[in-house]
Design a protein around this ligand. Structure first.
Ligand code: THU
Length: 132
């Protein structure tokens, strides 16, 4: 994707990270998804005292978009609150794959420096509707 769109999407993810609720891990994550119609939805991680109930930033963002009628996704930016560039966890890779196996993923660190990769590289031979 072009540099300007990528930088804008990462900036939205960084802003969303401010709302992360991560009292247990102390690791804040923000995500922003770019939809096929140009709209952008953001999300953050929301943890819970019952740890498995927590949800990642990427799934928050995608769920907000889908519940608003969006199902086409071009890209997802994710940024964690550390110097390491944050890649989507395995569950989020599968969640994203459901809607856009070919989407672009921007994996960012706390400063917003990022690597661009495709979801199919992160989840090769992923399982989806066309696998059945
Ligand atoms: N986390 C995300 O929000 N997205 C990822 O893809 C990686 C992990 C969150 C989950 C948990 O709240 C915290 O980071 C530590 O694992």
């Amino acid at each position: 994707m072009d540099k300007k769109s990528a930088a804008g999407l990462m900036a939205a993810a960084i802003k969303a990270r401010e709302n992360a609720y991560a009292p247990y891990s102390g690791f804040s994550v923000g995500a922003a998804v770019l939809c096929g119609d140009g709209s952008v939805y953001t999300g953050c991680n929301v943890e819970n005292a019952s740890y498995p109930c927590g949800i990642c930033a990427e799934r928050t963002a995608v769920s907000k978009a889908v519940s608003d009628g969006r199902r086409s996704f071009v890209a997802c930016a994710v940024t964690g609150s550390s110097a390491e560039k944050c890649t989507p966890c395995g569950v989020c890779r599968q969640f994203l794959y459901e809607f856009a196996p070919e989407m672009t993923v921007l994996c960012g660190n706390k400063e917003g420096e990022y690597d661009e990769i495709t979801l199919s590289e992160l989840l090769p031979r992923g399982f989806g509707a066309s696998s059945m």
